[in-house]
Design a protein around this ligand. Structure first.
Ligand SMILES: [Ca+2]
Length: 238
């Protein structure tokens, strides 16, 4: 995603961040005087982070779907104490508005929460944000967030990867009957080192800002000796 795309638009300075930062902007002289040109927020100063923010990472994405890249940041609230650290997802729109989402719970068994990807998962203009929020031996948990009614909300969580013998997980952004969906793939081989793998696919469809189960999971038993399809393990969203 390019960083310095610009669009001619009025600047709405309504930052709610403690730092009070507004998006990057310049004044351009014109024949009729000067005009403000809003650009995509692109610097750490644009984030207006609180003074106790640590372990900051950021990405660009068009979160509100207006065609201008916005700035998204993930930071810890204070020093890192692993699972006791609280994290915040901050979105600074190109309009200047800042929206925070305190992550529910903490980043479990992770040294830090991490961005997975930003992509339009629901077909509604604007990128959704997926974050790695938990690791246990059996799988990683990835949560999907989106902008809805001026707030960043959690849409759903999925399992990815695998760490235990006989278990693998992944999810895919795809379409079902022409509608965007996310499919959770779960692979299990009850006898860890032998026998048949079973594949269970559960479709999640969008209901407003939420991903909800659509119907019952489909279960397939793979032929003896056939390994699980490794290309479905992990996250598969554009
Ligand atoms: Ca979207």
């Amino acid at each position: 995603m390019p960083i310095l795309l610009a669009a001619v638009a009025p600047i709405a300075c309504s930052s709610s961040s403690p730092g009070g930062s507004s998006p990057a902007s310049v004044s351009a002289s014109t024949a009729g005087g000067s005009a403000s040109v809003a650009t995509s927020p692109s610097t750490w100063a644009d984030l207006g982070l609180p003074s106790d923010a640590t372990s900051v990472s950021s990405r660009h994405g068009d979160i509100d779907g207006d065609g201008v890249p916005d700035l998204v940041a993930l930071h810890a609230n204070g020093p890192l104490y692993h699972s006791s650290t609280e994290w915040t997802l901050r979105v600074v729109l190109a309009t200047g508005e800042t929206i925070d989402k305190t992550l529910d719970g903490t980043c479990i068994n992770l040294s830090r929460c991490e961005f997975q990807s930003l992509y339009d998962a629901d077909g509604v203009p604007g990128d959704e944000i997926s974050l790695l929020v938990e690791h246990i031996t059996t799988f990683n948990t990835v949560s999907v967030f989106k902008l809805a009614d001026g707030q960043i909300v959690s849409s759903g969580s999925f399992q990815a990867a695998g760490g235990d013998v006989g278990y693998e997980f992944g999810f895919s952004c795809t379409q079902d009957e022409g509608q965007p969906v996310i499919v959770q793939h779960s692979f299990n081989r009850p006898h860890a080192f032998s026998g048949h793998w079973t594949q269970e696919d559960q479709v999640y469809s969008w209901k407003g800002a939420s991903l909800v189960k659509s119907g019952s999971p489909s279960t397939t038993t793979l032929a003896a000796g056939v390994e699980f399809p490794s290309d479905l393990v992990g996250e598969h969203c554009p």
